[in-house]
Design a protein around this ligand. Structure first.
Ligand code: PA5
Length: 449
């Protein structure tokens, strides 16, 4: 279940413009439902939920289990929408650290692109599958170190690219493919390609090599593709329940059908009203670092969908309380054009209590017996109050807990809201023409014909 509270923006809204904006937001919502808005050939993110393909979900789950049973590592190669969704869900659901029987690892994985995964399904004697990512940067150091770390391990690869031509994953895959061919006699069996139904270099290569493949539906754009095989296969291999994720999204789609009391319309509407009033940046702030991947996914969804034609709110992300000690100063008293949306979980998976200490040299005895959750909650409530008093409109999205179902609900909520938001801004939320500009410059420097 997800709870929404938008009241912290009330005082910042221009009520004079409100009624007109409400009418337009409702019209945008209807255009999404009826498929009559701009970019309506890209509404597959709703179509797949309206016509669930249970056989496909089952097939992906089975391949996920095969990978989990046979591999130490699943290396996912992709960028943007072909990377962020699965990384976000896996990070949200995975333990922070991989327990080692010899010496428990206590080093933070906060900045790593590793999602460590515990899976009951694979038995006692096999280490849990690790899902790693490549093709989302052009760092030779990253890829070299990654390949070195894979020596001696059983590796499967899921190369994911809708176009099949994006430079970063294509280059990474060429290098990884050569490495795989060198390492494994059954290399082609270990590579799964997720790509366009018929077009693109990757589709051709997969056919030639006999890789197993999944198709990305023609009407689903990259950043809306987490609930297609793009996101579902890595998530299933990581041991998570893709049916609950998928049907969580279906439930949210049904919940957001009506106009009255629709939180996605409300969120889009308030962001739009604030945008028109000059608010240029929205920060999605989390108090549980496991949700940082979801904020990165949200950042792409909103940035690529809305940032067009000189319009749109810049989506920024913060992980608290870490970033209260870096960006907190700016949010509290820098330029007053920020909106802050808190994305939180009401429940912690594990609990810790502050122990007693007779000496009390750290002066913390007033917290003895308190849970860390209670302290983090006070930080959250205190931050909300302080930032509001500092002139930041705030709103809250609270997951009852972090699991497959609530993450599926959240995915659909944001997809629907950004579509309404794009229409309110008068842009096509489903294209990304601006992404081509850097590619053209780069290709000309690289001498591409
Ligand atoms: O949202 C999008 O369309 C983009 O972020 C793409 O997902 C990204 O550029 C990767 O494209 P592709 O899957 O074609 O390699």
């Amino acid at each position: 279940m997800i709870r929404f509270d938008f009241s912290g923006t009330d005082a910042f809204l221009d009520k004079g413009q409100w009624d007109g904006a409400v009418r337009r937001a409702r019209a945008a919502h209807s255009a999404i439902l009826s498929g009559t808005g701009s970019g309506n050939e890209w509404l597959g993110w709703r179509r797949i939920l309206k016509q669930p393909n249970d056989a496909l979900l089952e097939d992906i789950s089975l391949l996920g289990q095969e990978i989990a049973a046979n591999a130490d590592v699943l290396l996912c190669i992709g960028i943007g929408g072909s990377f962020l969704g699965s990384e976000a869900v896996i990070r949200a659901l995975s333990p922070y650290f991989r327990p080692s029987p010899a010496a428990p690892d206590s080093h933070s994985t906060h900045d790593s692109q590793t999602a460590s995964v515990s899976r009951a399904a694979t038995g006692q004697d096999k280490k849990p599958l690790e899902v790693l990512f490549a093709g989302h940067n052009l760092s030779s150091t990253y890829l070299s170190e990654l390949l070195s770390s894979l020596e001696g391990k059983s590796v499967y690869v899921n190369v994911i690219s809708k176009s099949g031509t994006t430079l970063e994953p294509a280059v990474a895959f060429r290098i990884v493919r050569a490495w795989m061919e060198n390492q494994f006699a059954d290399c082609d069996r270990r590579i799964i390609a997720t790509t366009d139904t018929s077009k693109g270099g990757l589709r051709k290569l997969a056919a030639q090599k006999g890789y197993r493949t999944y198709a990305i539906p023609d009407d689903v754009g990259g950043r809306f593709s987490v609930l297609t095989p793009v996101g579902l296969l890595p998530i299933a291999a990581a041991g998570f329940d893709i049916r609950s994720l998928f049907y969580g999204a279906v439930a949210m789609m049904n919940e957001l059908h009506e106009v009255e009391g629709n939180p996605a319309i409300e969120y889009a509407l308030r962001r739009y009203a604030l945008h028109e009033a000059g608010y240029a940046t929205e920060i999605l702030s989390v108090f549980e670092p496991k949700l940082a991947g979801m904020s990165a996914w949200w950042q792409q969804l909103f940035g690529e969908s809305e940032g067009k034609e000189g319009r749109g709110i810049f989506p920024a992300v913060c992980t608290f309380t870490t970033d209260l000690h870096s960006l907190g100063q700016y949010i509290q008293s820098g330029r007053r054009n920020l909106i802050e949306t808190f994305l939180v979980s009401e429940k912690d998976r594990l609990s810790l209590v502050v122990p007693p200490d007779n000496d009390n040299l750290d002066g913390l005895n007033y917290l003895t017996g308190q849970t860390l959750k209670h302290i983090n909650q006070a930080a959250y409530d205190g931050t909300t109050k302080a930032h509001s008093l500092g002139g930041v409109p705030t709103q809250h999205i609270s997951l009852s807990t972090i699991n497959e179902e609530t993450l599926g609900q959240l995915v659909y909520f944001f997809e629907h809201a950004v579509s309404v938001g794009g229409y309110l801004l008068g842009v096509n939320p489903f294209d990304q023409p601006g992404v081509e500009a850097y590619k053209q410059e780069m290709f000309s420097l690289l001498g591409k014909k």
